[in-house]
Design a binder for this molecule. Structure first.
Ligand code: SF4
Length: 337
């Protein structure tokens, strides 16, 4: 499924989303700076689609996820879910507290650290049942039955209900986090590095569980990871993020076999066992990711790009659909070099 061949309306529509964080430095904290965490990001996610979002640690992926659900209040841009505006800075509109709470039934998040995201003093029954209680779903007995059914759905026994998070392994705790996220039958789930803290074999089990739930619940997803090889298993399309901006967005197979942006090519080449039929040239990348407090001028990638030219330091490339592959977007002056 791609934006190009999908005639459905997007479920989630994001335009020019921006989120900066103010920071103060100096002995008297007199210097004000802004950390450009998310800077003008636009994309759509279609019903039933999974968009993978990849990039190095610190590139703004998690801030973007939280801004989408307004766990961080965006500074600018627009977010629309199922045709309803959640936030629109141009129209000076944001969904009020009560309708946003109602909207959150439809939009859920699975967090990176399954231990930190579960209250250690609450039983598993209380943790999974909390969204049902908060949203006034069912009576006590019905909620208990719903929690038992949710535990079964994620592969855990009913005996787990009176236990505490520390009695479970990392993979089991992530299953509990997933059960909580699907308790209200959401249509859209953000998975923020949901398998990154797990061993490889457990990662595969959790990915298989997410695949099964996606298909049985017809979920749409934003699946965030720093690891392209993980994102591939779940994603219909993949967006690549660098220093707060999306630099490439395309169908998953196009990203893996026909990546056009030098940064994406670097990420593909860095996967430990690239596929033998991959045609991406090996590229090296120098230096660390620059500070988002002071992003480079022009193309933000120019300080590390192996093919940067003078134009790249002065002129920021726009994310544009390239003619060679409908729906394939890239932000690079020299993508067709
Ligand atoms: Fe590299 Fe220039 Fe393209 Fe940026 S615009 S990715 S610096 S070639």
């Amino acid at each position: 499924m791609t934006a190009a061949d999908n005639d459905k309306k997007p479920l989630l529509r994001v335009r020019n989303l921006r989120k900066y964080f103010q920071q103060r430095s100096g002995v008297l904290k007199q210097h004000k700076q802004f950390l450009h965490a998310v800077d003008g990001v636009s994309f759509d996610i279609y019903p039933g689609e999974t968009l993978g979002l990849v990039g190095e640690s610190g590139c703004g992926k998690s801030t973007l996820a939280k801004a989408l659900l307004r766990l961080y209040e965006p500074d600018a841009g627009a977010i629309e879910f199922d045709g309803e505006s959640i936030f629109d800075s141009e129209r000076r509109h944001k969904l009020g507290r009560a309708p946003m709470r109602k909207m959150r039934r439809r939009l859920q998040m699975i967090f990176q650290d399954p231990y930190d995201s579960l209250n250690s003093r609450h039983t598993i029954g209380d943790i999974i049942g909390e969204p049902l209680l908060v949203h006034g779903v069912g009576n006590r007995q019905e909620r208990h039955a719903a929690v038992v059914a949710l535990l079964a759905r994620v592969g855990l026994g009913a005996s787990s209900i009176d236990k505490f998070p520390h009695e479970f392994s990392g993979g089991q705790r992530q299953r509990i986090g997933i059960a909580r996220a699907i308790a209200l039958n959401p249509e859209f789930v953000v998975c923020d590095e949901a398998v990154s803290a797990l061993d490889v074999s457990i990662q595969a089990q959790i990915i298989n569980l997410l695949l099964e739930l996606r298909s049985s619940l017809n979920l749409s997803m934003l699946f965030i990871s720093h690891d392209l090889s993980v994102v591939r298993h779940l994603s219909d399309r993949i967006a690549v993020m660098y220093l707060g901006e999306i630099v490439e967005l395309a169908r998953a197979d196009s990203i893996y076999h026909k990546a056009l942006h030098p940064y994406t090519q670097y990420l593909i080449a860095s996967i430990p066992k690239p596929e033998p039929d991959a045609t991406i040239p090996q590229q090296s990348l120098s230096g660390e990711i620059p500070s988002p407090l002071n992003p480079p001028s022009g193309c933000r990638f120019h300080t590390r790009c192996p093919i940067a030219q003078h134009r790249c330091t002065a002129e920021a490339p726009r994310l544009e659909i390239v003619a060679s592959d409908a729906g394939h977007q890239v932000a690079c002056h020299f993508w067709d070099r």
